[in-house]
Write a protein that binds this ligand. Sequence first.
Ligand code: PEP
Length: 250
Amino acid sequence: MIRPVIAGNWKMNKKIAEAVDFASRLRYDLEAPPDREVIIAPPFTALQAVAEVLRGSAIRLAAQNLHEAEKGAYTGEISGGMLSEAGCEYVIVGHSERRTLFGEGNETVNRKLRATIAARLKPIFCLGETLREREEDRTKAVIERQLKEGLNNLTAGDIGRSLLAYEPVWAIGTGRTASPEQAEEVHRFIREWIAGRYGREKAEELAILYGGSVTPKNIAELMLQQDIDGALVGGASLDAASFLQIVRYE
Ligand code: PEP
């Protein structure tokens, strides 16, 4: 049995004081956390302050992005080592907003996944199809390519340190959720692909999160699906009360 994972991606929201308030409330309310992994991904500027609030708690910290190099002349970028020093355990890699707004293709995603592992951080590797790709019945081909190219040169051990997040692009921030059955079909496909490449045991241990307009209302039915092991939540993770309801779904 995989322990469910609920992760909140705050994107470019919350200044330091708001982030600290949120993290303090979460820590207080989850003092006896339900048996699930809870992760929050604040913006870079708030990471260190939030890490201090969360120190010693069961809530984990993620960054939303990293640069693939360890250091150097990359103005405006942040390395895995810097994130680790700031207190992160996870990094979101390959989010569809990075892919579409910042031109990150599968090769870049692959380099970032390898940089994440090299920095001893754990990737939350995001993948998903656009509406057009789904309508053209290309969902599985797109996902397969994202897996194949994104995971190029990653070992079974690396997969053992990773989380995957299936996020249909058409469901992100749109209020349109994939139905539990639609999501399950792709999750199963991903798990079978991982089993073929890395072995059944690794595939069965891998947490595959669903992302795309998850709310307190739809989390429980999504989590009933056999291959949905958690959620990556955007909009509904910005409000502590709604995030807590998602974390505590039953
Ligand atoms: C996301 O950005 O990862 C996401 C799933 O956003 P939302 O929940 O707002 O659709």
